[in-house]
Design a binder for this molecule. Structure first.
Ligand SMILES: Cc1cc2nc3c(=O)[nH]c(=O)nc-3n(C[C@H](O)[C@H](O)[C@H](O)COP(=O)(O)OP(=O)(O)OC[C@H]3O[C@@H](n4cnc5c(N)ncnc54)[C@H](O)[C@@H]3O)c2cc1C
Length: 388
């Protein structure tokens, strides 16, 4: 029996001894290798955790350098195609208390193409709703889902002194959050107005900026955009600089554009780091799948926060939740030191890969990789860089 099927067989357990959990871990239980505790009810007491380790070297990214290399877009550089479903919600990301639930249930899903970016902000609002529902720390809270939204919410609730159990059927590296490119930008998302967007971007940058350059997968980066328009500003303050450029400083490109500072959150680095941080602080993980709202209502915890992403659609019949499929092509890592958006797509130079995006297929949920799509994405970038 594989480790994975063993986990699934154990998923209905409601109790387990610490010894059994450790034994299972030793047997390679966790599908992700990250050590899930199947079915443990009560998480241990919250322990304060030190900030992430300081960086071995701190990198200056602003102002931009005079020149950067062009990417190598040869077929030989292709690692793979990643395909994921953006949980886009028409109107706005849902962060609200469910009026029909017997015990406090707060929905927090629908982050579209910006869940990595906005998770800390929606988590802060969800935690405020918990207080409004008069659920005080250290009450035990159930979080549904172990993507970026569920785990970030767990992190914030631990800060506020709650005890937290995350219930999920999948963990990193098998969630949509692992597919994300990881740029800090509010793309392909409906937030519900400019005021909320500004407030959320502030909350999110308050959360991520202290982590930048500390070895956990969050880095300050420069993003170039082709075209003669105004430089993009993420916030109306001095957190992220920007400037217009008469000529883009990338080898082989002659055209004007702009540059702005932003953050890159590399999911394959950041998500495992976050799992480790949560476990260190006493958050429990319980492997199980929910097929009905009544299974959620039966959880033993005082309140529930629903961070199931697209999984919320069947469970809570939300017709506003629309899948938007995205394909990314991952190339071998190259030392480009920039992100780049142009009319034919976008490119993120990460430590694990150069990520080329992307596609936006509304209403489609098939995540089978398609080699023809890889070629199309490559050709779009080659045309732009003149190497077709
Ligand atoms: C191609 C692509 C590129 C992207 N690029 C970026 C980017 O650059 N920047 C950015 O900010 N965002 C980006 N995103 C968006 C981002 O990936 C999503 O918004 C984010 O992952 C949503 O996180 P989530 O935690 O809500 O959902 P998920 O990561 O899907 O997590 C949901 C969790 O719930 C669990 N679950 C679901 N249903 C059930 C159930 N019935 N029972 C038990 N458990 C269940 C799952 O196992 C999982 O653990 C991108 C997305 C795609 C597809």
């Amino acid at each position: 029996m594989s480790a994975r099927s063993k986990v699934q067989r154990d998923s209905g357990m409601q109790r387990c001894s610490r010894r059994r959990a450790i034994g299972l871990l030793g047997a390679g239980l966790a599908a992700s290798g990250l050590g899930l505790l199947p079915g443990c009810e009560a998480p241990p007491a919250v322990r304060p955790v030190p900030p992430p380790a300081p960086p071995p070297t701190s990198k200056r990214v602003w102002p931009p350098r005079a020149s950067y290399p062009a990417p190598d877009l040869a077929d030989a550089c292709v690692l793979r195609q990643d395909v994921g479903i953006r949980p886009y919600r028409r109107g706005a990301v849902r962060v609200e208390r469910d009026a029909h639930a017997i015990k406090p249930l707060i929905h927090q899903y629908g982050h579209g193409g910006a869940g990595i970016t906005l998770a800390p902000a929606s988590a802060s609002d969800a935690a405020d709703l918990l207080s409004e529902a008069e659920v005080a720390p250290p009450s035990p809270i159930a979080i549904l889902g172990a993507g970026i939204v569920g785990m970030t919410t767990a992190d914030l609730l631990l800060d506020r002194g709650y005890r937290v159990t995350i219930y999920t059927d999948r963990m990193t590296p098998d969630t949509t959050s692992d597919i994300a490119g990881g740029q800090f930008a509010p793309a392909t998302v409906a937030v519900g107005g400019a005021e909320r967007l500004t407030r959320w971007m502030r909350l999110a940058s308050d959360y991520y900026l202290p982590r930048a350059g500390r070895g956990c997968g969050v880095e300050r980066v420069v993003n170039f955009t082709a075209g003669g328009g105004r430089a993009l500003r993420l916030l109306p303050d001095d957190r992220f600089s920007s400037q217009a450029l008469t000529r883009l400083p990338i080898a082989g490109l002659e055209q004007p554009g702009s540059a702005h500072e932003t953050l890159l959150i590399t999911p394959p680095v950041y998500l495992p780091w976050l799992v480790g941080r949560l476990r260190e602080r006493g958050c429990a993980f319980s492997f199980r799948r929910f097929d009905s709202a009544s299974q959620v209502a039966a959880l033993p915890d005082t309140a529930v926060i629903n961070c199931l992403g697209m999984g919320s659609k069947p469970l809570y019949s939300d017709s506003r939740l629309v899948p938007i499929r995205g394909r990314l092509v991952l190339l071998k890592p190259q030392r480009l030191d920039y992100l780049f958006s142009h009319r034919n797509g976008y490119l993120f130079s990460r430590s694990d890969a150069v990520v080329l995006g992307g596609t936006y297929d509304r209403g489609t949920t098939d995540t089978t990789p398609d080699p023809r799509a890889t070629q199309r994405i490559l050709e779009r970038h080659r045309r732009f860089f003149g190497s077709a």
